[in-house]
Design a protein around this ligand. Sequence first.
Ligand SMILES: C[S@@+](CC[C@H](N)C(=O)[O-])C[C@H]1O[C@@H](n2cnc3c(N)ncnc32)[C@H](O)[C@@H]1O
Length: 274
Amino acid sequence: MTEAPQKSPLASPEPWDLVCDAYVAELWEMFSAFAQKALDLAALETHSEVLDVAAGPGPLALDAARRARRVVAVDFSAGMLEELTRRARAATLDNVETLQADGQALPLPDASFDAAFSMFGVIFFPDRARGFRELLRVLRPGGRAVVSSWRPFENVPELRLPFRVLVEKMPELPFGRTKAPLGEPEEIVAEMQQAGFTAIEVHPVSHVAVAPSPEAFWASMERSTVHFLLLKRRIGEERWKELSEAILARVVQELGPGEVHVEYKALLGTGLRP
Ligand SMILES: C[S@@+](CC[C@H](N)C(=O)[O-])C[C@H]1O[C@@H](n2cnc3c(N)ncnc32)[C@H](O)[C@@H]1O
């Protein structure tokens, strides 16, 4: 008998609701930097209608709203969309609509957007092919999709280190055993082509975030990494505290004193609806 593939815990909204506040506090600047690069590739016009799928708290959607006529931000996490709405109000942006929905089944009409984004979103979909087909379907002919993914973790040793320590302590954890979804340019090209996009391009992009010390680096990563929040909930505060101390000791030992520079490496894939 073959085992059914396990559904990733990140394929449901709860963990994203859980991480939302820390995500905004710790990671907004980094995600915003990638959003800017994605928006620059899309060349929006003031009359453009824009879709942001898996919008999170809105680093891309809010900036798009400053450049375009209308933005629809879709996410399945109510917490993320509440944060996005709060931020849109604070910035007096009245052209952003939110829609709580699954990015694999968009409740939106065909051919209704000039640009469609999924920033670090489609990579979490259990059925990515469907996610890509949905992006294509809602675009007008000639409309452009932009999606982003992470390069494999091996490329960012600072981020990999805490996961390495965890697996040493708890070898049953799956960290490091799964392949980064769409981590290689040719995977983006193949999946966008399969969905029906043309003129596909992939752009490697990076952003350096600086933490003032190894302690600050680990505190930030501990708070804002959804995998760690889920693990902590599963094993309890006390066991997590032990693990966290062990990780910190290794972070200090391996990264040394002083600032920690982390180069986040991503890929931006673009394609047109024929
Ligand atoms: C890493 S965050 C990225 C958020 C935002 N695009 C950004 O760049 O900051 C991933 C987001 O995808 C959303 N998400 C994951 N799977 C989804 C799905 N099937 N449908 C809708 N949203 C989804 C999560 O709720 C979360 O807000």
